[in-house]
Design a protein around this ligand. Structure first.
Ligand code: CA
Length: 257
């Protein structure tokens, strides 16, 4: 029996939404379940996805994962394989046996071909081997959420820089700027937060994987590579250093808070 108004029997707050494979429910919020027993990694994944404006639930064992996956309504499951209580293979198999079509992305240290094939045969939609960069995870999440729905507007623009996220092409004015995957990920992170100072720490967390070496100056090095390609001799300069804090990409006339 349902209560007369609002709420649902389990007492959890749920919004009214359609159960589809498309990217978002009625209210436009994408819900993602992360089943990952490495708590630090689960926290990193959650933060990255929340930053992309998704609603994220995390649990740390297969039993709870299976329970949540079958009782709640998610747009995507991110599933580790080696899990306490119930392994990811079993969670996935049971989920598909219930005819649930929600896309599933498997995360696992088992990066071998036969493991990958087994996961895909059991009904996973994609497979990401650990360790991975958070930006690769985010790109795959975007791709999975796009499936079944029309490709959404996917161009970022700051000043005269455009970034086509589907073609992975970057232009400044008419010039094509060729970037390495890491430079591209760095620029995407900056362009998603224009006119805002981003700390080295947040850049490192978003653009490098979770085994990032915090002692290194690799963020500064890559910002300089990117700056040389994007700004070079061009005016105005768009990538700015905020001494002692970090970096930002800035529209020429933007006020920075
Ligand atoms: Ca694990």
């Amino acid at each position: 029996m349902y209560p007369a108004a609002g709420g649902n029997p389990s007492g959890r707050l749920v919004s009214f939404r359609l159960e589809t494979r498309e990217g978002a429910g009625l209210n436009g919020v994408v819900r993602i379940l992360v089943v990952e027993d490495e708590k630090k990694l689960a926290g990193f994944i959650k933060r990255a996805l929340v930053e992309d404006a998704h609603a994220v639930d995390v649990c740390h064992d297969g039993e709870e994962g299976a329970h949540l996956a079958s009782t709640e309504s998610y747009d995507l499951l991110i599933l580790d394989l080696l899990l306490p209580k119930k392994d990811g293979w079993t969670v996935l198999r049971e989920f598909r046996e219930k005819k649930r079509a929600t896309p599933v992305l498997i995360l696992s240290a088992r990066g071998q071909v036969k493991d990958r094939v087994k996961g895909l045969d059991l009904g996973a939609d994609d497979y990401l081997a650990k360790p991975f960069a958070l930006d690769e995870l985010r790109a795959r999440v975007r791709a999975l959420l796009r499936r079944g729905s029309e490709a959404s507007a996917s161009t970022l623009k700051v000043a005269d820089v455009t970034m086509d996220l589907l073609r992975r092409e970057v232009h400044r004015g008419k010039d094509e700027i060729r970037l390495t995957p890491r430079e591209y990920a760095l620029l995407e992170y900056l362009m998603r937060h224009p006119n805002r100072v981003l700390t080295r720490t947040s850049i490192a967390e978003h653009v490098w994987d979770y085994s990032f070496d915090w002692q290194s100056n690799v963020v500064d090095v890559f910002v300089n590579y990117l700056r040389r390609k994007l700004d070079g001799d061009r005016h105005p300069k768009l990538i700015h250093t905020v001494r002692g804090v970090g970096y930002m990409i800035k529209e020429p006339d933007a006020e920075v808070p």
